[in-house]
Ligand binder design. Structure first.
Ligand SMILES: C[S@@+](CC[C@H](N)C(=O)[O-])C[C@H]1O[C@@H](n2cnc3c(N)ncnc32)[C@H](O)[C@@H]1O
Length: 304
C-alpha cells in the first residue's frame, strides 16, 4: 500500500481514511481546498471515483477562477496525486457513505474532525432491502459489465446515482409504454446518442422481461463506446441489441416505434425528434442536453 510521509499525524490518518474508503467502496468524494502549491490560481480540487470502460478511476476536477479541468487517474496514481496535493492544501474534506472527515492545517498543527452519517448508511441499507421493487433486477449480468454492480451483484457506491437514474428511466418508460399500442411482438427502438449504453441495456432487459422482442439500436458517435457496448451486448446474449457508430443527424432507420434521445449533445436531440415524427413513432422520449450551440449566441446586457 502506498504510504507517503506527512508533516502531521492527523494528515497521515486522513490519508489512511481516504485509502480505506476507496478500498471498502464507501468513498464518495474528496475536496482539497486552500491550496498553497505551485499551480498558479488553482482554487480547489474535487476527486470522485468513476468507472471508465470497466476500470475504477479517480477523476479529479481542478477548479480555476475562469475554468475547470478534469484529469483521470488509475487508483494508485490518483492516491499519489492526492498525497501530493493534500500536503499542499490547508483544508481537506472527505465524504464517505459513513462519515464526513475534515482536516484543517496551519504551519504549527493539524486538526481532524469526524461526523458520522448514521441516517445515510441506514438509508442505503434500506434501499438495498427495497431491491425487489426495482424496475431492473440488480443481479442482471449487464449491470456488472457496465460497472454498476460488483462481482457479488452489489451496487458500487460511486454508481448509486446512475443506478437510481436507470430505474427512474425504466419507471417513466413503463408508464408511457402502457399508453401506446404495443400489441406487436417486436418493437423497433432507436436510442440516439446512446453513450455508454446504461439506459439502452436497461430498456432491452426490461422489455425482454415483459416477453417482448426488443429490436434496439444505439446510435453513437464515439467508436470506443460503440465497440464496448457491442461487446457487452454479445457477452450477455442481448441478440437484438446493436450499436451503430454514426451521427444522429444522418441516421435514418426504416421503422421506428420508440424514439429515445436522452442528453444527446448540441442539436442531435432536435434531429432525433424530427426522425421520430417523420417515422410516426408511437413514443418519443427525450431530454435535451447542453445546448452548446446556443451559448455563444447568448449575449449579456451591457451593464453586466
Ligand atoms: C451526455 S451523453 C448521454 C448518453 C446516454 N443517452 C445517457 O443518457 O446516459 C450524450 C452522448 O451522445 C453522443 N452524441 C452527441 N452528439 C451525437 C451525434 N450527433 N450523433 C451520435 N451521437 C452523438 C455523445 O458522444 C455522448 O456519448
Amino acid at each position: 500500500m502506498f504510504a507517503p510521509n506527512f508533516s502531521f499525524e492527523q494528515e497521515q490518518q486522513f490519508f489512511l481514511d481516504i485509502q480505506q474508503s476507496i478500498e471498502n467502496q464507501s468513498f464518495d468524494r474528496l475536496i482539497l481546498s486552500q491550496y498553497k502549491g505551485e499551480l498558479a490560481q488553482l482554487e480547489k480540487m474535487t476527486f470522485r471515483q468513476i468507472d471508465l470502460q470497466g476500470q475504477a478511476t479517480l477523476s479529479c476536477l481542478y477548479h480555476y477562477p475562469t475554468q475547470d479541468m478534469t484529469k483521470n487517474y488509475s487508483i494508485d496514481e490518483g492516491l499519489e496525486k492526492i498525497a501530493e496535493l493534500l500536503s499542499q492544501s490547508k483544508q481537506a474534506n472527505l465524504f464517505t457513505l459513513h462519515e464526513d472527515v475534515q482536516l484543517k492545517k496551519n504551519k504549527k498543527k493539524a486538526m481532524l474532525s469526524r461526523q458520522k452519517k448514521q441516517a445515510e448508511a441506514t438509508k442505503i441499507e434500506q434501499q438495498h432491502n427495497r431491491e425487489k421493487h426495482r424496475y431492473v433486477q440488480q443481479q442482471s449480468p449487464f449491470l456488472k459489465h457496465l460497472g454498476i454492480t460488483d462481482e457479488k451483484g452489489q451496487v458500487i457506491p460511486s454508481m448509486a446515482r446512475k443506478w437510481k437514474q436507470i430505474n427512474k428511466f425504466i419507471e417513466i418508460f413503463s408508464n408511457a409504454y402502457e399508453q401506446i399500442d404495443a400489441s406487436q411482438q417486436a418493437l423497433n427502438i432507436v436510442d440516439f446518442g446512446s453513450g455508454k449504453g446504461y439506459l439502452t441495456f436497461a430498456l432491452y432487459d426490461y422489455l425482454q422481461a415483459q416477453n417482448k422482442t426488443p429490436l434496439i439500436t444505439g446510435v453513437e458517435l464515439r467508436s470506443n463506446l460503440v465497440e464496448f457496448c457491442q461487446q457487452v451486448a454479445d457477452e450477455v446474449g442481448f441478440n437484438h441489441l446493436d450499436f451503430f457508430e454514426g451521427d444522429v443527424r444522418s441516421y435514418s432507420p426504416e421503422k421506428l416505434d420508440v424514439m429515445i434521445a436522452l442528453h444527446a449533445c448540441d442539436i442531435a436531440t432536435d434531429f432525433a425528434i424530427h426522425t421520430g415524427i417523420r417515422l410516426n413513432a408511437s413514443m418519443i422520449m427525450c431530454a435535451p442536453c447542453c445546448h452548446k450551440e446556443l451559448r455563444p449566441q447568448l449575449k449579456s446586457p451591457e451593464v453586466l
